[in-house]
Design a protein around this ligand. Structure first.
Ligand code: CP3
Length: 341
């Protein structure tokens, strides 16, 4: 069988038409997702039921024929397995209890069995995908995951966690190391059950000063890449340090990731010139350009395609697809990437 297009790009090939998938493609902008979620009663019930989670993973492939299917799960499954309670209230975002800003991490008791249903989902999906579709696993990067564990919820500027990291780098480092170690195990088990490449989401990498970025973004991601590559050699790892800006080249060189995810604030021309030569890039359409649609969308797509014409490129958004995105705009995007003007 010929190598799958998305996997081929991750290995450094450059097909005439770039493969495409969208971050957060399995989720709330899809009516079929919302129907299943309502039936199950909540996100965690969906994510821990392998039949349902496999169905949600495959929904966007069935509807749009994306080149990549991303496992339906969440980056907060790791804090749950590290012993915090996890809940997703309607309209208020995730909660982790107790928040580590005022509870000792060492007092938590890890429950790694909580990740078992995810491996069941992976095994099911692997048998459901069309032969040309690449199956992607993922985890959050330690810094981003730690921001939720410390605050107990999402936060505007990650201020509490940044203060914690300055105040007590040793205690914070112990949390980051524990997340990194569990993440290696979690991703290795995803790979052993059938995912073909993985992505590390560092959604809040942009909130750190350069020295803190080295310590809490680059170092733990390098540790994960080294650990995972030792256990699962040859499996590509995509790093996505959202908001890293001018720190992207250092991140790309020093972490050892095989491909680089770019957010929508990165100028594709700048990235084409500054990301290490030959490294595959992924991105970076503004999710709001996708919502806007029409000629604005077409122009934004064309700009990205032209900037990355000479390098391995996976078309994607610069961040997750938003719930109010019109389905017709996703269809227009795919058509234009596959049949450029
Ligand atoms: O990409 C996919 O479609 C696969 C599944 C996936 C989810 N979350 C499902 C989900 C992935 C890859 C994630 C990653 C994730 N989760 C990140 C990193 C990427 C990013 O968007 O920055 C982060 C920071 C989280 C944490 C998280 N999970 C938040 C802040 C929220 C609430 C707000 C939101 O984005 O919906 C979640 C809940 C969540 N995770 C939902 C889904 C489909 C919505 C749950 C629902 O149905 O209400």
């Amino acid at each position: 069988m010929p190598i799958k297009p998305l996997l081929a790009v991750l290995k450094g090939h450059r097909p005439a038409v770039p493969p495409i998938w969208l971050m957060r493609q399995a989720g709330r902008y899809l009516p079929e997702y919302r129907a299943l979620r309502a039936e199950k009663g909540g996100f965690l019930a969906l994510a821990t039921d392998p039949d349902c989670a496999a169905e949600v993973t495959v929904q966007p492939i069935r509807r749009f024929g994306f080149d990549g299917a991303i496992l339906f799960s969440d980056i907060l499954m790791v804090p749950w397995a590290l012993g915090q309670d996890l809940s997703f209230g309607v309209g208020e975002g995730p909660r982790l209890e107790p928040p580590l800003v005022d509870h000792l991490f060492s007092a938590l008791e890890a429950v790694p069995e909580r990740l078992e249903p995810v491996y069941g989902t992976v095994a099911k999906v692997a048998g459901l995908l069309p032969p040309q579709t690449t199956f992607l696993g993922f985890a959050g990067s330690p810094w981003t995951v730690a921001t939720y564990m410390v605050a107990g919820k999402g936060s505007k500027d990650q201020g509490e966690t940044r203060r914690f990291a300055y105040r007590d780098p040793q205690a914070f480092g112990a949390i980051v190391d524990a997340i990194a170690d569990m993440t290696v195990e979690y991703l290795a088990r995803q790979i052993e059950n059938g995912v073909e490449a993985v992505q590390l989401f560092d959604s809040w990498a942009g909130s750190l000063s350069p020295a803190q970025f080295e310590r809490w973004v680059i170092a733990p991601n390098a540790r994960i890449v080294a650990g995972l590559t030792a256990r699962c050699p040859g499996v590509p790892i995509i790093g996505f340090p959202k908001g890293a800006g001018g720190k992207l080249p250092a991140y790309a060189r020093e972490t050892g990731v095989h491909a680089l995810g770019l957010d929508e604030t990165v100028d594709p021309e700048w990235a084409a010139a500054h990301v290490p030569e030959g490294m595959p890039v992924q991105g970076n359409l503004d999710p709001l350009a996708l919502i806007t649609g029409g000629e604005t969308l077409d122009a934004a797509i064309d700009r990205i395609l032209s900037a990355f014409a000479d390098r391995p490129h996976i078309f994607n958004l610069g961040h997750g697809i938003l719930p109010d995105t019109p389905i017709a705009h996703v269809e227009r995007l795919i058509a234009r990437v596959r049949n450029p003007a």
